[in-house]
Design a protein around this ligand. Structure first.
Ligand code: ADP
Length: 684
């Protein structure tokens, strides 16, 4: 077996590969960029070598440098993970030329599957079902239009060289064909340098079902059943599960055999995924083959009790597949949720920042392929590339973790997923956790009413109008604040807590201390943000609590353990966790997360003058448009500057009516996170 491998990736997949290598007694070499010097994947590997600056082009995509590092450290093989160099045939060739083993398929198989059109022709010869369409070389517009008319609308145009959901156009009517073709070709040439397109029937309410295949160098090729990845947003997977709900065994076998035929047709070796698009009636068609390990491979591992990375390494070393087709069976049900630093309420805008607090679900057994010796898969598995205190940077994918649960059946897996999501508490940046929870608990997913339009169709329930924070959350926030003040006062006076002068008990002579606390929804998470007025009256051993001028209720603290609080509000016992991050109080209670802004009257005294001037970059990025000029009077809400960060545009608008005093950046300039973009003076 190899004694040392290099992992040419970062984040959770690098950590995941390292875990298997360690279990197999193989030493690991990490590579990293300047942005990742303190990253988890560097810490978990035996050695680590710096590649270069943060941008992937100068670090993780530098195949030449990675090969040099492998040779210098004595690694015999390179595991590319997914993304970056994993489907790069030239890199695989370069590894071979340097005498290194590329842990992946042969370069020829990657090339064969690299073009969607060429792959389809190959699949046609191998009798793998294809979506009705045209994928030939003839690219004349009139000819393509006749093909589209023949296929029947709606028709989907795809860039042959496309990927990542780019270069696709849905055409509803023949009259729109020519314009859509031109725009598809423009995008294809600018994104992939190749304007070849294919046309196919656009399926309505399709499901995305993919088959995990594995082949070795001894002529064995098997399938490890299917994954259903229908829950997508903008053609990107959000939830994945195995097995696919409502899959009859005969169809599973037919899809598995078609996938094996696809792999054999290109002389495949290693782990691969054949993606199919399926109609609601069960008919299925080849879409493409991903010639690498997939992000969602853990659900397959959980239901088959395998470690696919171990299989990859063994196959790359020349061993035969550890199991035969007949030795594989589906055991239970697994679901994966991708936890992202992003804001679903704001169009899934990535969120950059530091993971100040991260509580992960209890009872996690990170055991690939099951709890050792028991044959029982772990109930909850987390594959993560970050720890508490780490940052999510703008340079790479903003994934925080993959949360994978296993249950004896889908119902149990769903319940475990909902519970694990409720236990995931992250403070410091926006996440999609609450959205995922609504998704797994919603009727559509719970009822397995799956197709790629599920999220879009259920907008109303998945993005509910912002609810007011419940009194329980406000009471928890108030108690947390008051208790923290007591601790701070005691610490400051250095006195023990029995000294009345060293305490912040709110004691007043002759009358009780009534205090107004002001909270509002975190404006970054909810728009429009609501404000809450909380009145707290201090009493000997408890308080009276009233919100927004309502009836007072007795409030008392029952128990406190760090940031975990048990309180009683009226007759109701409430339990929750309150984490403070600057002026934000993150209240977690009843499975919900309420980020509340505490409007501290002391903190902002004297700041009002500067307020108008705080027009800063929300994240590092590039200025793409400056819409206002120096000396210009603008109205509140008027767009002033547009930035591009993480492939999305962000508009910086005037917070009030006022005057643009100075523009600090020009179009094309790079700006840092929090940098002032312009000087602005609010009108009096
Ligand atoms: P990419 O390589 O860009 O990811 P794919 O060909 O894999 O493109 O398709 C991505 C997604 O687009 C699929 O998961 C599915 O949601 C949708 N899609 C692709 N082909 C069709 C089709 N013929 N009809 C309907 N939806 C499709």
């Amino acid at each position: 077996m190899f004694t040392k491998i290099l992992i040419a990736n970062r984040g959770e997949i690098a950590c995941r590969v390292a875990a298997t290598a360690r279990r197999m007694g193989i030493k690991t070499v990490a590579v990293y960029s300047e942005a990742d010097a303190n990253a988890k994947h560097v810490a978990v590997c035996d050695e680590a070598v710096l590649l270069g600056p943060a941008p992937a082009k100068e670090s993780y995509l530098r195949g030449d440098k990675i090969i040099e590092v492998a040779l210098a450290t004595g690694a015999q093989a390179i595991h590319p993970g997914y993304g970056f160099l994993s489907e790069n045939a030239e890199f695989a060739d370069a590894c071979a030329a340097a005498g290194l083993v590329f842990i992946g398929p042969p370069a020829s198989a990657m090339r064969a599957m690299g073009s969607k059109s060429a792959a389809k022709s190959l699949m046609e010869q191998a009798n793998v079902p294809l979506v009705p369409g045209y994928h030939g070389d003839e690219q004349d517009a009139d000819f393509l239009q006749t093909q589209a008319d023949r296929i029947g609308y709606p028709v989907l145009l795809k860039a042959s060289a496309g990927g990542g959901g780019k270069g696709m156009r849905v055409i509803e009517h023949a009259a729109d064909f020519k314009a859509a073709l031109a725009s598809c070709k423009r995008e294809a040439i600018s994104s992939f340098g190749d304007d070849k397109v294919l046309a196919e029937k656009y399926l309505l309410r399709p499901r995305h079902i993919e088959i995990q295949v594995f082949a070795d160098t001894h002529g064995n090729c098997i399938y490890l059943f299917e994954r259903d990845c229908s829950v997508q947003r903008r053609h990107q997977k959000v939830l994945e599960e195995a097995p696919a709900p409502n899959m009859p065994p005969e169809r599973r076998a037919a899809m598995g055999e078609a996938a094996v035929a696809a792999a054999k047709a290109v002389g495949y070796v290693g782990a691969g995924t054949v993606e199919f698009i399926a109609n609601q009636d069960g008919s299925f068609y080849f879409m493409e083959m991903n010639t690498r390990l997939q992000v969602e491979h853990p659900v397959t591992e959980m239901i088959t009790g395998t470690d696919l990375v171990e299989w990859q390494i063994r196959v790359a070393f020349g061993e035969a597949l550890p199991r035969k087709q007949q030795e594989l069976a589906i055991h239970g049900h697994a679901i994966e949720a991708r936890i992202y630093a992003e804001n679903p309420e704001k169009g899934f805008l990535p969120s950059i920042g530091t993971l100040r607090h991260m509580d992960t679900p209890a009872a996690v057994t990170f055991e690939l392929g099951g709890a050792p010796g028991t044959g029982v898969p772990a109930a909850v598995r987390i594959d993560s590339g970050v720890r508490e205190g780490d940052a999510i940077s703008p340079f790479y994918d903003p994934m925080i973790a993959k949360l994978i649960v296993w249950g004896a059946d889908r119902k149990q897996a769903l319940a475990r997923m909902a519970q694990a999501l409720a236990q995931y508490k992250i403070v410091g940046l926006a996440t999609n956790i609450a959205f995922l929870k609504r998704l797994v608990e919603g009727d559509a997913f719970a009822g397995a009413d799956l197709d790629t339009g599920l999220i879009e169709r259920n907008q109303d329930s998945l993005f509910p109008a912002a609810h007011s924070a419940p009194s329980a959350a406000l009471a928890l926030a108030a108690v947390a604040l008051i208790e923290a003040e007591k601790d701070a006062a005691a610490a400051q006076s250095g006195a023990n807590r029995a000294d009345p002068w060293g305490q912040a008990l709110g004691w007043r002579m002759n009358f009780p201390y009534a205090r107004a606390l002001s909270f509002s929804d975190d404006y970054a998470a909810a728009l429009p943000a609501k404000a809450y007025g909380v009145a707290v009256t201090y009493r000997a051993t408890d308080w009276l609590f009233a919100r927004d001028g309502g009836e007072p209720q007795v409030l008392s603290l029952m128990q406190q353990d760090g940031s975990d609080l048990s309180i009683k509000l009226g007759d109701t016992a409430v339990h929750g966790t309150v984490r403070r991050d600057g002026e934000l109080l993150h209240v977690f209670t009843g499975g919900h997360h309420y980020p509340l802004h505490y409007n501290d009257p002391m903190a902002h005294a004297g700041e009002s003058e500067a307020e108008g001037g705080r027009l800063t970059a929300p994240m590092p990025g590039k200025v793409v448009a400056v819409l206002a000029a120096k000396g210009q009077d603008v109205k509140k809400g008027e767009a002033l500057v547009i930035m591009e960060a993480m492939k999305m545009e962000h508009t910086i608008a005037a917070p009030h009516d006022g005057l643009v005093e100075e523009i600090l950046y020009n179009v094309g300039d790079q700006v840092a996170d929090g940098a002032p973009l312009l000087a602005f003076k609010a009108a009096a």
